[in-house]
Design a protein around this ligand. Structure first.
Ligand SMILES: *[C@@H]1O[C@H](CO)[C@@H](O)[C@H](O)[C@H]1NC(C)=O
Ligand SMILES: *[C@@H]1O[C@H](CO)[C@@H](O)[C@H](O)[C@H]1NC(C)=O
Ligand SMILES: *[C@@H]1O[C@H](CO)[C@@H](O)[C@H](O)[C@H]1NC(C)=O
Length: 338
């Protein structure tokens, strides 16, 4: 009885608290999953105005690295480091003041820098684009008034593939240039002209395939070149299947609720990650190369990769001098020269 009485007398107070917190949360953040034709998101509002997927897994808005560098991006809302999965234009961050992304009246979704220069566009002008919508899958889509999709971010991956995002011969996953950088690096995943999925190191001077094992032919690597469909997909359970016969599963395959991503990492390895929903940290649940030293170019031009004894380490041949470019102690940032 006593317990019940307490509950009832507290009820109005609780209700007020709830209402107050609801109002303040509306005030401090305007999350929405739609951007209507004729409206825009401004970089100045990026801390509290953004798009979220209906189930809140993904957020789309301006992502910042440092004070004056912002990228129009999609990221995992609940991963500890808010992992970015897609960027409109990774090579050109915009200014922290005056930049905005707009779904223009002509149907084009356009990212403009402070001086009005166009940094990126969906090229959908003179279509009936009515709204941009962020879906639970992490796909940003432009839809017409009847709900037909006119454009989708899933067709333009950056370095990451999400579950149910088809990967085809028209696409590439390209690594970042390093930790804390978003610009394109030298490693990529792609279908070659025999429709075989490969990893390649490709700098301005050297280009070298390192996965699957370049010492074996397609069939010795367990692949086929006789399926011309050139398509691969990671399903919601954590199983990856490609038309060249490559398939693999996440260590924790099954659980439909587990959030995953397949990322072309800046160190040249391709990894499948699962999100630990308690800690917000990523767990590697599959990787292409068990031996990190098999990645070509991982120690830069002329560098030598060795295991010392468990962790891979980069060094230079005798007589070479070396230095590290900004940001690296083990990476392609090592430079060896005579
Ligand atoms: C839009 O068109 C320009 C010029 O043809 C092209 O460079 C750009 O990649 C296109 N953008 C998208 C998102 O397809
Ligand atoms: C080619 O690959 C696709 C996608 O994995 C698959 O659905 C299809 O059955 C394959 N075709 C043949 C002839 O194996
Ligand atoms: C968190 O992950 C565990 C294990 O994968 C799962 O059983 C649980 O349902 C998840 N919780 C939420 C809230 O998604």
């Amino acid at each position: 009885m006593r317990h019940q009485a307490l509950t009832f007398s507290n009820f109005p107070t609780l209700l007020i608290c709830l209402l107050v917190s609801l109002f303040t949360s509306f005030e401090s953040s305007e999350s929405q999953n739609l951007l209507q034709r004729g409206s825009s998101l401004s970089v100045e509002d990026s801390s509290h105005v953004y798009l979220t997927s209906p189930d809140k897994t993904f957020t789309c808005g301006f992502y910042s690295l440092g004070e004056n560098a912002y990228w129009f991006s999609i990221w995992f809302t609940n991963s500890k480091d808010t992992t970015v999965v897609w960027m409109a234009n990774r090579e050109r961050p915009v200014n922290g003041k005056g930049s905005k992304v707009s779904l223009q009246k002509n149907g084009d979704l356009v990212l403009k820098d402070v001086d009005g220069s166009v940094i990126w566009t969906t090229n959908t002008s003179s279509t009936g684009a009515d709204r941009a919508e962020l879906l639970d899958s992490g796909n940003l889509v432009l839809k017409d008034i009847d709900g037909n999709t006119l454009w989708q971010s899933f067709d333009f991956p950056t370095d990451t593939l999400l579950p149910n995002q088809p990967f085809t011969t028209r696409q590439k996953l390209v690594s970042r240039s390093g930790p804390g950088a978003f610009a394109s690096g030298y490693f990529s995943l792609y279908f070659n002209d025999e429709n075989v999925l490969r990893l390649i190191y490709d700098d301005p001077d050297i280009s070298s395939v390192y996965w699957p094992n370049p010492d074996y032919d397609v069939f010795q690597n367990g692949r086929t070149k006789y399926n011309s469909s050139g398509v691969a997909v990671l399903d919601a359970r954590g199983h990856f299947l490609s038309s060249d016969n490559l398939q693999f599963s996440a260590l924790d395959m099954g659980g439909f609720r587990i959030k995953r991503r397949l990322t072309m990492d800046y160190d040249g390895n391709l990894r499948l990650y699962s999100l630990n929903n308690v800690t917000g940290l990523w767990i590697v649940s599959w990787l292409a190369l068990l031996q990190q030293c098999q990645v070509h170019g991982v120690c830069g031009r002329n560098g030598i990769c060795t295991y010392a004894p468990h962790k891979p380490k980069c060094s230079c041949p005798p007589e070479f001098e070396f230095y590290y470019q900004v940001g690296g102690s083990f990476s392609q940032d090592l430079v060896c020269h005579l």
